[in-house]
Design a protein around this ligand. Sequence first.
Ligand SMILES: Cc1cc2nc3c(=O)[nH]c(=O)nc-3n(C[C@H](O)[C@H](O)[C@H](O)COP(=O)(O)OP(=O)(O)OC[C@H]3O[C@@H](n4cnc5c(N)ncnc54)[C@H](O)[C@@H]3O)c2cc1C
Length: 342
Amino acid sequence: MSDAIKTDVLIIGAGPCGLFAVFELGLLDMKAHLIDILDKVGGQCAELYPEKPIYDIPGIPTVSGQGLTDALMEQIKPFHPTFHLGEMVEKVERIGDPGFRVTTDDGKVFECKVVVIAAGGGSFQPKRPPVPGIEAYEGSSVFYSVRKMEQFRDKELLIVGGGDSALDWTLNLHPLAKRVTLLHRRDDFRAAPHSVEQMRALVASGKMDLKIGQVTELAGASGKLAGATIKHNDNSVTKIDCDTMLPFFGLTMKLGPVAEWGIELENNLVPVETSAFETSVPGIFAIGDINTYPGKLKLILCGFHEGALMAQKAHRYVYPEKRLVFQYTTSSSSLQKKLGVS
Ligand SMILES: Cc1cc2nc3c(=O)[nH]c(=O)nc-3n(C[C@H](O)[C@H](O)[C@H](O)COP(=O)(O)OP(=O)(O)OC[C@H]3O[C@@H](n4cnc5c(N)ncnc54)[C@H](O)[C@@H]3O)c2cc1C
């Protein structure tokens, strides 16, 4: 076992809420390490919708998922957080009062005063459609998320699904792609009505195709897709040419090891009190999508607020002897010094 890495606060999850927590903790002189299963920071914003706009971040009329991630990384630079990416937190044990030992699947061990669980929906994985042999095309012709739209320029796309992701990517990718076919198992969509209207207008003007049915077979070789067989609801079968398939069947959120950390859970979420977003274990906090309390909204702005209140209480565990004085960044020269702007 490696020597333990010592830090004030260990943040599990480097999504937007974990990232902003670094800022709030940093202003109060607490150092943080962050661990994330993904090989990059930004959580859902960077993994699921890097190029899509977010319109409800206070004071920022529009920003993409990746844009918000980049801005948060810039904002927390003065506090020099340390990232451990591509690692999953497996174990959280109490070793003091307060004090925790946290172990990753890579065997890394951390010792800290405070643990902040910012694990979102846990480890999220796309649901795979039940098409025989689809695994052979994953990563080369079949993709469950769109990281770079450019990748799909001039492609013959088969987009499968009837929710917002399927409709949004149909609308966003059709100007770039050679041809887009949207396939859904019935002619009734769960997506935003405006998106459905836009899609139907494109179909009516011959700019894309809509098919109703399900993929039963894929054709191709060496991971390169050449076409798909579609079974329609009247049991007729057609074949279409396509070189890329984007199935959007939703995500399975697997809570993962969080369930084994001795924290009370409620429907796979972590219940917290709302003065500091602390869990049933003193010194372990939960912020962002992973927590639950009356009135909870799974919005980034709520997770930011939770991080600010969490930091105030975390300060008591990290510096029990110090009194905390509330200060504004606008007027406090000491905060500005920490931010490197004075
Ligand atoms: C398509 C889409 C559009 C959205 N649009 C908006 C919007 O417009 N406005 C808005 O406010 N919200 C929006 N959201 C929701 C928003 O993205 C989430 O509320 C936000 O990402 C939650 O942030 P988080 O930091 O709590 O969790 P996440 O972003 O889920 O990040 C959690 C991170 O924790 C990691 N993790 C989990 N378990 C472990 C473990 N055991 N060890 C290590 N790492 C772990 C995960 O890999 C992940 O990176 C949208 C979501 C989607 C899917």
